[in-house]
Design a protein. Structure first.
Length: 277
């Protein structure tokens, strides 16, 4: 098997990796659900390469993201649902349909008219999508209703925030931050109970409820949860790097240092930050 610029080679490679008899043991057992986190991760890595203006990394990361598309399409083909070719056909049809001013006859000759035309076509596509879902017996549609405008493709923290903001517009909201603290304590209690019973599914469920409540209080005090967490991530990186630096100066490594020693250095890092203000 040789590398190639032809997409068909990547499709062949994925088929070989998924071959039940001669494929890769790891690739064979993957599912849509197990691969989903990697798909999201690769999209973020593409975004990171763009932000750093690193074209070498961008080329590499776009390849990784493309692999995810081929992976999902291969699993769908194995299940008799659709193939990679169907994915390509669907997006090409959509782009041609949404750009009649380029590929067909249209009077959309200004940006405003193009946008209006785009919205009209999308509405028609939504109606067609609803009809297809009905034929497949899919009744639940998260694109419908008051919360339908909140995209499920958002990162979970952002989706939670936007769902709460949308619900608040019709009065489904807390009146002040303080009651939310009570709700957080309630969710912590339920999480403790789930942990005590050793129910992993329940633990995951209660953890989600707790995070959702924490997002809610952030919204009430105008602290964006995504940015708040990003700040904490930066702080964690800085303090952990301090641990590593101190241990290196002492001739130790992270692998052999005791938890007590690492905690001691961590607290020292916090004290330094307080002194710096």
């Amino acid at each position: 098997m040789e590398p190639s610029k032809d997409i068909s080679r990547l499709i062949e490679i994925m088929a070989a990796l998924r071959n039940p008899e001669t494929g890769c043991p790891w690739d064979i057992v993957q599912t849509f659900e197990s691969i989903k986190p990697y798909t999201i991760e690769e999209a973020y890595e593409v975004s990171d390469a763009i932000e750093r203006n690193d074209m070498d990394d961008l080329c590499d990361e776009l390849g990784d993201l493309l692999l995810q598309v081929v992976f999902h399409a291969r699993m769908a083909e194995e299940a008799g649902e659709f193939s990679f070719g169907d994915v390509v056909e669907a997006i090409t049809r959509k782009m041609i349909r949404r750009h009649p001013h380029v590929f067909d006859r249209s009077d959309a000759d200004t940006p405003a008219r193009v946008k209006q035309q785009w919205d009209e076509i999308k509405q028609a596509e939504k109606r067609e999508r609803a009809e297809r879902r009905a034929k497949r017996g899919l009744s639940e549609d998260f694109n419908a209703g008051h919360l339908g405008s909140v995209q499920r493709s958002f990162p979970a923290l952002t989706e939670a925030l936007k769902l709460q903001e949308r619900a608040a517009k019709v009065g489904f909201d807390w009146s002040a931050p303080e009651p939310i603290l009570d709700k957080i304590e309630e969710e912590i209690g339920e999480l403790r109970e789930a942990l005590a019973h050793g129910d992993r599914a329940k633990v995951s469920d209660e953890l989600g409820d707790l995070i959702f409540a924490v997002v809610n209080i952030g919204r009430h005090v105008d602290a964006d949860p995504e940015q708040s967490l990003r700040g904490t991530n930066t702080k964690f990186r800085r303090r952990f790097n301090h641990i590593e630096t101190v241990l290196e100066k002492e001739g130790e490594t992270l692998q052999v240092a005791s938890l007590e020693r690492m905690e001691e250095i961590w607290q020292a890092a916090k004290a330094i930050e307080r002194q710096l203000g």
